[in-house]
Design a protein around this ligand. Sequence first.
Ligand SMILES: Cc1cc2nc3c(=O)[nH]c(=O)nc-3n(C[C@H](O)[C@H](O)[C@H](O)COP(=O)(O)OP(=O)(O)OC[C@H]3O[C@@H](n4cnc5c(N)ncnc54)[C@H](O)[C@@H]3O)c2cc1C
Length: 447
Amino acid sequence: MSLPNKARYVVIGAGIHGLSTAYHLAQRLRAKGRSSEADIIVVDKSHIAAGASGIACGVIRNNYFQPAMRELMAHSVTVWESDPEAYHYHPVGYMQISPEVMHEGVASIYEQQKAIGYESEFIEGEADCTRYMKTFFDDWQAKGITSVLHEKRGGYANNMASMKALAAKAVEAGARIFEGVRVTGFEFGQGSSAVSAVLTDKGRIECDYVVVGAGPWIRDLWSMLDLPTTVSIKGRDGKIYDDVPMWRFWQLEEGVLKVPPDFLKTNDGKMPPVLHVDTDAPLYSDRTGKLITDQLWGIYYKPDFHFNGVQGGAMPYKIDKPVDEVAIDPYGPESPEFVASSDFADMWTSALAFCHKRFEGKSGLYHDEKSGGIGCFTPDSFPVFDVFRENCYVIADSNHGYKMLGVGDLVAQEILGEESALLAPFRQSRYAEGKLHPVSSSPFPWS
Ligand SMILES: Cc1cc2nc3c(=O)[nH]c(=O)nc-3n(C[C@H](O)[C@H](O)[C@H](O)COP(=O)(O)OP(=O)(O)OC[C@H]3O[C@@H](n4cnc5c(N)ncnc54)[C@H](O)[C@@H]3O)c2cc1C
């Protein structure tokens, strides 16, 4: 299949957002009896799931402090549930296990989950939380936990398998995917700011509409689109803060403990929910006994047959380099610079032992292989879903995104002229207007 020199829709990036948009756009056009207009191509400089979508831990949850994020995630969970087999989706549920400093915030998440009909259970008070956790794991021993939010929906999916299924659905619906095609620039219309052609290393493609789903590479696509590298933000104090960088990078640290995945089964032999534990109790190394931190810390983990062990991660850290100097390629575990550190291994395995007795003395089973990857974040660490230059839809998910399988459907809806109330709180204009999302007390930039 040779790359066409003309296409109605050009989607850049074969990650979760690019493929989901291509699939749902083709499907929606078909449903309207306009299949002939579904002239959709997806181009990727590498291959399907070569970016963050192919290395994501795969956690799917609703637990967000921001009402707009929660409603958006509830929509995406429904899309995961629409075809669990194809998407390799495991609906085991999700638990947010928190210390007192987060209690009030998580209580409000529970109340709002009830209001939107998202099923969850909320346990409060240290003794009741311990009792509740011990009904799942009789060796539960985490200290300083005063609330457990147990989401009954959500869970996780296998990253590559789900992405291949999504690509197959997109192709079946009529989209064409071109791997090994790198976008190098754009041409803009005469007399308008719209994109008239996408320039690639394999040729020029004239188009009517462009969708950018470039994950961490958004910094580069943004620059090719000649969009501003800084923004002005109206803060919560009403003051305008100028020259705030549009992008910054964080390093995500993840790893695998090579125990059999059923090592973390529940007391009744079932696969457990995905567990996310935050606490301000001091954390000591399970290996050396030394204090690792006495600040708020957090981890997440799940047994995973795909990773062949217990897989998870901890808080990310900011990459302390000028944004233009961050080398995104080679990406993920291939990066010589941005992979999980040995400090991470000690912290994460010690945190597992802090939570369950069964993990004590098991740090030697940490899989010593390169893992993790970087994410590109917006100024407030929440997504930007918006149209720029009249005909270019940018999906910049600020690293919240593997779980957001449904965003492509909503983007397709907007491309076809129907605004989505779920995407509206994520416009670029929120910065200038000061319509910012509330900030939680979690140690993660994405909660
Ligand atoms: C280690 C890690 C763990 C994560 N875990 C989770 C999780 O458990 N749950 C969750 O919800 N989210 C998770 N995330 C975040 C999530 O993976 C991302 O938010 C999401 O995958 C981004 O999807 P995307 O489609 O925007 O980008 P990507 O999946 O990164 O896809 C972008 C694609 O664009 C292509 N591309 C880039 N530049 C060009 C160009 N110039 N021309 C052509 N193609 C180009 C790339 O090759 C790539 O394939 C994690 C992220 C990381 C790094």
